[in-house]
Design a protein around this ligand. Sequence first.
Ligand code: RM4
Ligand code: MN
Ligand code: MN
Length: 463
Amino acid sequence: MSHRIPDPLIAEENTKLKAAQAEDYAALGRRLERTGVDIEAVIAKVAAFAVAVPTWGVGTGGTRFARFPGVGEPRGIFDKLEDCATIHQLTRATPTCSPHLPWDKVGDYQELAERATALGVVFDAVNSNTFGDAAGQKLSYKFGSLAHGDKAVRDQAVAHNIECIEIGEKLGSKALTVWIADGSNFPGQSNLNRVFDSYLESIAEVYARLPAGWRVFIEHKLYEPAFYSTVISDWGTSLMAAEALGPKACCLVDLGHHAPNVNIEQIVARLIRARWLAGFHFNDSKYGDDDLDSGAIDPFRLFLVFNELVDASVRKAPGFDPAYMLDPSHNVTDPIESLMASAMETQRAYAQALLVDRDALAGAQEANDVMLGHRILKAGFVADVSSSLAEARLRNGSAIDAIAVYSASNYRKMKPRSAPRRWFVVGDRLRRPLARDFNAVDRRRQQQDPAARQAQRGFTGTH
Ligand code: RM4
Ligand code: MN
Ligand code: MN
Protein backbone atom coordinates (compact mmCIF):
# COMPACT_ATOMS: atom_id res chain seq x y z
CA MET A 1 0.00 0.00 0.00
CA SER A 2 1.43 3.31 -0.90
CA HIS A 3 1.20 6.73 0.65
CA ARG A 4 2.18 9.83 -1.28
CA ILE A 5 2.60 13.17 0.35
CA PRO A 6 -0.53 14.99 -0.88
CA ASP A 7 0.08 17.62 -3.56
CA PRO A 8 -2.33 20.08 -1.86
CA LEU A 9 -0.09 19.96 1.24
CA ILE A 10 2.95 20.83 -0.87
CA ALA A 11 0.99 23.66 -2.51
CA GLU A 12 -0.20 24.94 0.87
CA GLU A 13 3.33 24.99 2.30
CA ASN A 14 4.64 26.63 -0.87
CA THR A 15 2.05 29.42 -0.62
CA LYS A 16 3.55 30.47 2.72
CA LEU A 17 7.01 30.81 1.19
CA LYS A 18 6.33 31.88 -2.39
CA ALA A 19 6.75 35.66 -1.97
CA ALA A 20 10.06 35.36 -0.09
CA GLN A 21 11.27 32.76 -2.58
CA ALA A 22 10.51 35.02 -5.56
CA GLU A 23 12.31 37.92 -3.87
CA ASP A 24 15.41 35.86 -2.99
CA TYR A 25 15.59 34.27 -6.40
CA ALA A 26 15.33 37.63 -8.18
CA ALA A 27 18.05 39.07 -5.91
CA LEU A 28 20.34 36.12 -6.64
CA GLY A 29 19.65 36.52 -10.36
CA ARG A 30 20.65 40.19 -10.23
CA ARG A 31 23.76 39.40 -8.22
CA LEU A 32 24.87 36.74 -10.67
CA GLU A 33 24.10 38.95 -13.65
CA ARG A 34 26.63 41.49 -12.37
CA THR A 35 29.30 38.78 -12.64
CA GLY A 36 28.12 37.72 -16.09
CA VAL A 37 26.37 34.52 -14.94
CA ASP A 38 22.93 33.70 -16.33
CA ILE A 39 20.89 32.25 -13.48
CA GLU A 40 18.61 30.40 -15.89
CA ALA A 41 21.58 28.47 -17.28
CA VAL A 42 22.61 27.54 -13.74
CA ILE A 43 19.15 26.47 -12.76
CA ALA A 44 18.78 24.23 -15.81
CA LYS A 45 21.84 22.29 -14.65
CA VAL A 46 20.80 22.27 -11.00
CA ALA A 47 17.35 20.96 -11.94
CA ALA A 48 18.94 18.12 -13.91
CA PHE A 49 21.19 17.09 -11.01
CA ALA A 50 20.55 13.54 -9.79
CA VAL A 51 22.02 11.46 -6.98
CA ALA A 52 21.00 7.88 -6.07
CA VAL A 53 19.56 6.98 -2.67
CA PRO A 54 20.93 3.78 -1.12
CA THR A 55 18.19 1.42 0.02
CA TRP A 56 20.15 0.72 3.21
CA GLY A 57 20.14 4.44 4.00
CA VAL A 58 16.36 4.66 4.45
CA GLY A 59 16.52 2.22 7.34
CA THR A 60 17.71 3.43 10.72
CA GLY A 61 21.42 2.82 11.10
CA GLY A 62 23.23 2.12 14.31
CA THR A 63 26.64 1.89 15.84
CA ARG A 64 28.30 -1.18 17.26
CA PHE A 65 26.96 -0.07 20.62
CA ALA A 66 23.28 0.26 19.86
CA ARG A 67 20.59 0.81 17.33
CA PHE A 68 17.49 2.84 18.08
CA PRO A 69 14.81 1.81 15.59
CA GLY A 70 12.44 4.56 14.50
CA VAL A 71 8.67 4.38 14.42
CA GLY A 72 7.32 3.47 11.00
CA GLU A 73 10.67 2.51 9.56
CA PRO A 74 10.69 0.39 6.39
CA ARG A 75 10.25 -3.35 6.78
CA GLY A 76 11.77 -4.46 3.54
CA ILE A 77 12.68 -3.41 0.05
CA PHE A 78 9.08 -2.63 -0.95
CA ASP A 79 8.75 -0.11 1.90
CA LYS A 80 12.24 1.21 1.18
CA LEU A 81 11.25 1.91 -2.41
CA GLU A 82 8.32 3.97 -1.17
CA ASP A 83 10.63 6.02 1.02
CA CYS A 84 13.00 6.53 -1.93
CA ALA A 85 10.05 7.71 -4.02
CA THR A 86 9.05 10.15 -1.27
CA ILE A 87 12.57 11.58 -1.09
CA HIS A 88 12.44 12.17 -4.82
CA GLN A 89 8.90 13.54 -4.68
CA LEU A 90 10.08 16.30 -2.36
CA THR A 91 13.62 16.97 -3.58
CA ARG A 92 13.37 16.11 -7.29
CA ALA A 93 17.05 15.24 -7.04
CA THR A 94 16.94 11.47 -6.40
CA PRO A 95 15.24 9.58 -9.24
CA THR A 96 17.26 6.40 -8.67
CA CYS A 97 17.97 4.02 -5.83
CA SER A 98 20.87 1.68 -5.24
CA PRO A 99 19.98 -1.76 -3.81
CA HIS A 100 22.15 -3.86 -1.49
CA LEU A 101 22.13 -7.65 -1.62
CA PRO A 102 21.31 -9.85 0.16
CA TRP A 103 19.57 -7.20 2.31
CA ASP A 104 17.12 -6.44 -0.50
CA LYS A 105 16.61 -9.99 -1.75
CA VAL A 106 13.06 -10.95 -2.74
CA GLY A 107 11.44 -13.99 -4.30
CA ASP A 108 10.14 -12.21 -7.39
CA TYR A 109 12.32 -9.57 -9.04
CA GLN A 110 9.80 -8.86 -11.75
CA GLU A 111 7.33 -7.82 -9.06
CA LEU A 112 10.02 -5.61 -7.53
CA ALA A 113 10.91 -4.03 -10.87
CA GLU A 114 7.23 -3.38 -11.60
CA ARG A 115 6.71 -1.80 -8.19
CA ALA A 116 9.70 0.46 -8.74
CA THR A 117 8.38 1.51 -12.13
CA ALA A 118 4.97 2.24 -10.64
CA LEU A 119 6.64 4.45 -8.03
CA GLY A 120 8.81 6.15 -10.65
CA VAL A 121 12.03 4.81 -9.10
CA VAL A 122 14.86 3.56 -11.31
CA PHE A 123 17.50 1.14 -10.02
CA ASP A 124 21.09 2.34 -9.94
CA ALA A 125 24.22 0.28 -9.17
CA VAL A 126 23.71 -3.00 -7.29
CA ASN A 127 25.87 -3.41 -4.19
CA SER A 128 27.15 -6.83 -3.16
CA ASN A 129 27.70 -7.73 0.46
CA THR A 130 30.37 -10.16 1.52
CA PHE A 131 31.21 -8.27 4.67
CA GLY A 132 28.65 -10.13 6.78
CA ASP A 133 27.25 -13.63 6.84
CA ALA A 134 23.76 -14.03 5.45
CA ALA A 135 21.34 -16.38 7.18
CA GLY A 136 21.91 -19.94 6.04
CA GLN A 137 25.18 -19.15 4.29
CA LYS A 138 27.49 -22.16 3.99
CA LEU A 139 30.91 -20.65 4.67
CA SER A 140 31.70 -17.66 6.88
CA TYR A 141 33.28 -14.36 5.81
CA LYS A 142 34.77 -13.83 9.26
CA PHE A 143 38.29 -14.01 7.83
CA GLY A 144 37.59 -12.54 4.42
CA SER A 145 35.63 -13.06 1.25
CA LEU A 146 37.03 -12.36 -2.23
CA ALA A 147 40.54 -12.37 -0.71
CA HIS A 148 40.03 -15.24 1.75
CA GLY A 149 42.83 -17.79 2.10
CA ASP A 150 40.42 -20.64 1.34
CA LYS A 151 39.43 -20.97 -2.32
CA ALA A 152 36.02 -22.36 -1.36
CA VAL A 153 35.15 -19.12 0.48
CA ARG A 154 36.45 -17.04 -2.42
CA ASP A 155 34.29 -19.05 -4.81
CA GLN A 156 31.24 -18.44 -2.65
CA ALA A 157 31.95 -14.69 -2.66
CA VAL A 158 32.44 -14.71 -6.43
CA ALA A 159 29.15 -16.58 -6.85
CA HIS A 160 27.38 -13.98 -4.70
CA ASN A 161 28.72 -11.13 -6.85
CA ILE A 162 27.62 -12.93 -10.00
CA GLU A 163 24.18 -13.42 -8.50
CA CYS A 164 24.10 -9.66 -7.79
CA ILE A 165 24.78 -8.99 -11.46
CA GLU A 166 22.00 -11.35 -12.49
CA ILE A 167 19.54 -9.71 -10.11
CA GLY A 168 20.75 -6.28 -11.24
CA GLU A 169 19.98 -7.21 -14.83
CA LYS A 170 16.41 -8.03 -13.86
CA LEU A 171 16.14 -4.64 -12.17
CA GLY A 172 17.66 -2.63 -15.00
CA SER A 173 20.95 -1.80 -13.24
CA LYS A 174 24.11 -1.22 -15.21
CA ALA A 175 26.79 -1.43 -12.54
CA LEU A 176 27.97 -3.53 -9.62
CA THR A 177 29.62 -1.84 -6.65
CA VAL A 178 32.00 -4.06 -4.73
CA TRP A 179 33.20 -3.08 -1.31
CA ILE A 180 34.94 -5.80 0.69
CA ALA A 181 35.84 -5.69 4.35
CA ASP A 182 38.73 -8.14 3.84
CA GLY A 183 41.85 -7.27 5.73
CA SER A 184 43.58 -8.03 8.99
CA ASN A 185 43.37 -6.86 12.56
CA PHE A 186 46.86 -7.86 13.64
CA PRO A 187 50.26 -7.67 11.99
CA GLY A 188 51.13 -11.22 11.03
CA GLN A 189 47.51 -12.22 10.51
CA SER A 190 47.84 -12.28 6.73
CA ASN A 191 50.34 -11.82 3.93
CA LEU A 192 49.79 -8.33 2.50
CA ASN A 193 50.62 -9.33 -1.05
CA ARG A 194 48.99 -12.73 -1.17
CA VAL A 195 45.59 -11.39 -0.16
CA PHE A 196 45.71 -8.81 -2.95
CA ASP A 197 46.60 -11.52 -5.47
CA SER A 198 43.67 -13.61 -4.25
CA TYR A 199 41.38 -10.59 -4.56
CA LEU A 200 42.52 -9.91 -8.11
CA GLU A 201 41.91 -13.50 -9.10
CA SER A 202 38.40 -13.46 -7.63
CA ILE A 203 37.32 -10.07 -8.94
CA ALA A 204 38.55 -11.07 -12.42
CA GLU A 205 36.01 -13.91 -12.36
CA VAL A 206 33.28 -11.42 -11.49
CA TYR A 207 34.52 -9.00 -14.14
CA ALA A 208 34.34 -11.74 -16.76
CA ARG A 209 30.61 -12.05 -16.07
CA LEU A 210 29.74 -8.36 -16.56
CA PRO A 211 27.08 -8.03 -19.25
CA ALA A 212 27.57 -5.61 -22.15
CA GLY A 213 27.26 -2.01 -21.06
CA TRP A 214 27.94 -2.84 -17.39
CA ARG A 215 30.73 -1.54 -15.17
CA VAL A 216 32.15 -2.67 -11.86
CA PHE A 217 32.83 0.02 -9.25
CA ILE A 218 35.66 -0.84 -6.90
CA GLU A 219 35.23 0.92 -3.58
CA HIS A 220 38.24 1.36 -1.34
CA LYS A 221 38.27 2.04 2.39
CA LEU A 222 41.21 2.64 4.66
CA TYR A 223 40.10 0.70 7.72
CA GLU A 224 37.14 -0.73 9.64
CA PRO A 225 36.22 -3.45 10.32
CA ALA A 226 39.83 -4.47 9.67
CA PHE A 227 41.97 -2.26 11.91
CA TYR A 228 45.48 -3.16 10.86
CA SER A 229 45.31 -3.57 7.08
CA THR A 230 42.54 -3.56 4.52
CA VAL A 231 43.00 -5.28 1.16
CA ILE A 232 41.50 -2.48 -0.96
CA SER A 233 42.64 0.29 1.33
CA ASP A 234 43.11 3.33 -0.88
CA TRP A 235 42.71 4.81 -4.34
CA GLY A 236 46.14 3.55 -5.41
CA THR A 237 45.17 -0.04 -4.68
CA SER A 238 41.77 0.37 -6.29
CA LEU A 239 43.43 1.89 -9.37
CA MET A 240 45.82 -1.07 -9.55
CA ALA A 241 42.86 -3.43 -9.42
CA ALA A 242 40.89 -1.49 -12.05
CA GLU A 243 43.90 -1.41 -14.35
CA ALA A 244 44.44 -5.13 -13.93
CA LEU A 245 40.80 -5.82 -14.78
CA GLY A 246 40.18 -3.60 -17.79
CA PRO A 247 38.03 -0.74 -19.04
CA LYS A 248 34.78 -1.88 -17.43
CA ALA A 249 36.33 -1.49 -13.96
CA CYS A 250 36.70 1.87 -12.24
CA CYS A 251 37.29 3.39 -8.82
CA LEU A 252 34.53 4.57 -6.53
CA VAL A 253 35.28 7.29 -4.01
CA ASP A 254 33.35 7.18 -0.75
CA LEU A 255 34.16 10.50 0.91
CA GLY A 256 34.48 8.86 4.33
CA HIS A 257 36.98 6.19 3.34
CA HIS A 258 40.28 8.06 3.52
CA ALA A 259 42.94 8.88 6.05
CA PRO A 260 42.26 12.07 8.03
CA ASN A 261 43.27 15.26 6.23
CA VAL A 262 43.77 13.55 2.89
CA ASN A 263 43.18 15.88 -0.05
CA ILE A 264 40.19 14.06 -1.54
CA GLU A 265 39.61 16.57 -4.33
CA GLN A 266 43.12 15.89 -5.56
CA ILE A 267 42.40 12.16 -5.61
CA VAL A 268 39.31 12.97 -7.64
CA ALA A 269 41.37 15.08 -10.05
CA ARG A 270 43.88 12.26 -10.49
CA LEU A 271 41.22 9.62 -11.09
CA ILE A 272 39.50 11.83 -13.66
CA ARG A 273 42.82 12.35 -15.40
CA ALA A 274 43.50 8.62 -15.43
CA ARG A 275 39.92 7.99 -16.67
CA TRP A 276 39.24 5.60 -13.81
CA LEU A 277 36.73 7.61 -11.77
CA ALA A 278 33.57 5.55 -11.28
CA GLY A 279 31.71 7.98 -9.08
CA PHE A 280 30.95 8.72 -5.46
CA HIS A 281 29.37 7.69 -2.25
CA PHE A 282 28.63 11.06 -0.69
CA ASN A 283 28.58 11.48 3.06
CA ASP A 284 30.50 13.55 5.59
CA SER A 285 32.78 12.82 8.50
CA LYS A 286 34.84 14.39 11.22
CA TYR A 287 36.94 11.48 12.44
CA GLY A 288 36.66 8.35 10.30
CA ASP A 289 33.97 6.68 8.25
CA ASP A 290 31.36 8.58 10.23
CA ASP A 291 28.68 8.40 7.52
CA LEU A 292 27.16 11.72 8.52
CA ASP A 293 24.89 13.68 6.18
CA SER A 294 26.60 15.26 3.18
CA GLY A 295 27.77 18.77 3.90
CA ALA A 296 27.02 18.46 7.62
CA ILE A 297 30.64 18.80 8.76
CA ASP A 298 32.76 20.09 5.93
CA PRO A 299 30.71 21.65 3.13
CA PHE A 300 33.85 23.32 1.76
CA ARG A 301 35.42 19.95 1.03
CA LEU A 302 32.27 18.87 -0.77
CA PHE A 303 32.39 22.08 -2.80
CA LEU A 304 36.04 21.44 -3.70
CA VAL A 305 35.15 17.96 -4.92
CA PHE A 306 32.40 19.43 -7.11
CA ASN A 307 34.81 22.08 -8.30
CA GLU A 308 36.90 19.27 -9.81
CA LEU A 309 33.81 17.65 -11.28
CA VAL A 310 32.56 20.86 -12.90
CA ASP A 311 36.07 21.61 -14.13
CA ALA A 312 36.19 18.17 -15.79
CA SER A 313 32.78 18.56 -17.34
CA VAL A 314 33.50 22.09 -18.66
CA ARG A 315 36.70 20.97 -20.35
CA LYS A 316 34.98 17.76 -21.51
CA ALA A 317 37.52 15.46 -19.89
CA PRO A 318 37.61 12.21 -21.87
CA GLY A 319 35.68 9.33 -20.35
CA PHE A 320 34.18 11.53 -17.64
CA ASP A 321 30.83 10.05 -16.57
CA PRO A 322 30.67 9.74 -12.78
CA ALA A 323 27.83 8.03 -10.92
CA TYR A 324 26.52 9.88 -7.87
CA MET A 325 25.22 8.03 -4.85
CA LEU A 326 24.60 8.97 -1.24
CA ASP A 327 26.00 6.72 1.48
CA PRO A 328 25.26 8.10 4.92
CA SER A 329 23.91 6.26 7.95
CA HIS A 330 21.32 7.70 10.31
CA ASN A 331 21.43 7.01 14.00
CA VAL A 332 19.63 9.97 15.53
CA THR A 333 17.71 11.59 12.68
CA ASP A 334 14.78 10.48 10.55
CA PRO A 335 16.52 8.83 7.56
CA ILE A 336 14.14 10.44 5.07
CA GLU A 337 14.87 13.93 6.39
CA SER A 338 18.59 13.25 6.43
CA LEU A 339 18.66 11.79 2.93
CA MET A 340 16.76 14.80 1.62
CA ALA A 341 19.29 17.06 3.34
CA SER A 342 22.21 15.08 1.89
CA ALA A 343 20.76 15.20 -1.63
CA MET A 344 20.14 18.93 -1.41
CA GLU A 345 23.56 19.70 0.09
CA THR A 346 25.24 17.75 -2.69
CA GLN A 347 23.16 19.70 -5.18
CA ARG A 348 24.15 22.92 -3.42
CA ALA A 349 27.87 22.12 -3.76
CA TYR A 350 27.26 21.48 -7.46
CA ALA A 351 25.44 24.81 -7.89
CA GLN A 352 28.21 26.68 -6.08
CA ALA A 353 30.86 25.05 -8.24
CA LEU A 354 28.94 26.11 -11.35
CA LEU A 355 29.36 29.75 -10.30
CA VAL A 356 33.15 29.71 -10.35
CA ASP A 357 34.53 31.92 -13.12
CA ARG A 358 36.86 29.36 -14.68
CA ASP A 359 38.52 31.67 -17.19
CA ALA A 360 39.30 34.23 -14.52
CA LEU A 361 40.59 31.44 -12.26
CA ALA A 362 42.91 30.16 -14.98
CA GLY A 363 44.15 33.72 -15.53
CA ALA A 364 44.92 34.21 -11.84
CA GLN A 365 46.72 30.88 -11.72
CA GLU A 366 48.80 31.77 -14.74
CA ALA A 367 49.73 35.13 -13.24
CA ASN A 368 50.57 33.49 -9.90
CA ASP A 369 48.08 35.79 -8.22
CA VAL A 370 47.45 33.48 -5.31
CA MET A 371 44.97 35.62 -3.43
CA LEU A 372 42.94 36.40 -6.53
CA GLY A 373 42.73 32.73 -7.50
CA HIS A 374 41.65 31.80 -4.00
CA ARG A 375 39.05 34.56 -3.92
CA ILE A 376 37.61 33.56 -7.30
CA LEU A 377 37.21 29.98 -6.14
CA LYS A 378 35.85 30.98 -2.74
CA ALA A 379 33.28 33.29 -4.36
CA GLY A 380 31.45 30.18 -5.56
CA PHE A 381 31.46 28.62 -2.11
CA VAL A 382 30.22 31.67 -0.23
CA ALA A 383 27.36 32.36 -2.65
CA ASP A 384 24.00 31.55 -1.09
CA VAL A 385 22.39 29.46 -3.82
CA SER A 386 19.51 28.20 -1.64
CA SER A 387 16.91 30.09 -3.65
CA SER A 388 18.11 28.52 -6.91
CA LEU A 389 17.74 25.03 -5.43
CA ALA A 390 14.27 25.90 -4.17
CA GLU A 391 13.36 27.37 -7.56
CA ALA A 392 14.46 24.16 -9.29
CA ARG A 393 12.20 22.16 -6.98
CA LEU A 394 9.31 24.56 -7.43
CA ARG A 395 9.52 24.44 -11.22
CA ASN A 396 9.66 20.68 -11.02
CA GLY A 397 6.34 20.76 -9.18
CA SER A 398 7.70 20.19 -5.71
CA ALA A 399 8.43 21.85 -2.41
CA ILE A 400 10.23 25.12 -1.75
CA ASP A 401 11.17 23.72 1.66
CA ALA A 402 11.28 19.94 1.26
CA ILE A 403 12.04 19.13 4.89
CA ALA A 404 9.31 21.42 6.22
CA VAL A 405 6.73 19.73 3.98
CA TYR A 406 7.93 16.32 5.11
CA SER A 407 7.58 17.30 8.78
CA ALA A 408 4.13 18.74 8.17
CA SER A 409 3.03 15.57 6.36
CA ASN A 410 3.25 13.28 9.38
CA TYR A 411 4.55 10.65 6.96
CA ARG A 412 5.71 8.07 9.48
CA LYS A 413 2.34 7.95 11.18
CA MET A 414 0.28 8.10 7.99
CA LYS A 415 2.16 5.48 6.08
CA PRO A 416 1.09 1.88 6.42
CA ARG A 417 4.05 -0.48 6.42
CA SER A 418 4.01 -3.81 4.71
CA ALA A 419 3.60 -6.84 6.86
CA PRO A 420 6.81 -8.76 7.37
CA ARG A 421 6.99 -11.41 4.68
CA ARG A 422 7.03 -14.24 7.17
CA TRP A 423 4.54 -17.06 7.58
CA PHE A 424 3.12 -18.16 10.88
CA VAL A 425 1.90 -21.56 11.94
CA VAL A 426 -1.67 -21.33 13.16
CA GLY A 427 -2.94 -24.69 14.31
CA ASP A 428 -1.68 -27.00 11.62
CA ARG A 429 -1.75 -24.41 8.85
CA LEU A 430 0.73 -21.88 7.52
CA ARG A 431 -0.73 -18.37 7.36
CA ARG A 432 0.52 -15.12 6.05
CA PRO A 433 0.19 -12.23 8.52
CA LEU A 434 -2.68 -9.88 7.81
CA ALA A 435 -1.92 -6.32 6.86
CA ARG A 436 -2.46 -4.08 9.87
CA ASP A 437 -1.05 -1.06 11.53
CA PHE A 438 2.52 -2.11 12.12
CA ASN A 439 3.43 1.37 13.29
CA ALA A 440 1.34 0.76 16.35
CA VAL A 441 3.00 -2.61 16.82
CA ASP A 442 6.38 -0.90 16.52
CA ARG A 443 5.52 1.69 19.11
CA ARG A 444 4.20 -0.89 21.54
CA ARG A 445 7.22 -3.13 21.19
CA GLN A 446 9.65 -0.30 21.66
CA GLN A 447 7.88 0.86 24.78
CA GLN A 448 7.89 -2.65 26.14
CA ASP A 449 11.50 -3.61 25.66
CA PRO A 450 13.71 -1.61 23.33
CA ALA A 451 16.84 -3.65 24.03
CA ALA A 452 15.16 -6.95 23.28
CA ARG A 453 13.66 -5.55 20.08
CA GLN A 454 17.00 -4.28 18.96
CA ALA A 455 18.72 -7.58 19.59
CA GLN A 456 15.95 -9.42 17.77
CA ARG A 457 16.04 -7.19 14.69
CA GLY A 458 19.81 -6.93 14.48
CA PHE A 459 21.54 -4.54 12.19
CA THR A 460 20.42 -4.25 8.64
CA GLY A 461 21.81 -1.53 6.52
CA THR A 462 24.22 -0.08 9.03
CA HIS A 463 27.82 0.74 8.26
C1 RM4 B 1 30.63 0.45 3.77
C2 RM4 B 1 30.74 1.03 2.40
C3 RM4 B 1 29.77 0.48 1.42
C4 RM4 B 1 28.41 0.28 1.99
C5 RM4 B 1 28.45 -0.36 3.34
C6 RM4 B 1 27.08 -0.50 3.94
O1 RM4 B 1 31.34 1.19 4.71
O2 RM4 B 1 30.63 2.42 2.47
O3 RM4 B 1 29.64 1.33 0.32
O4 RM4 B 1 27.79 -0.61 1.11
O5 RM4 B 1 29.30 0.37 4.19
MN1 MN C 1 30.24 3.48 0.58
MN1 MN D 1 31.39 3.55 4.34
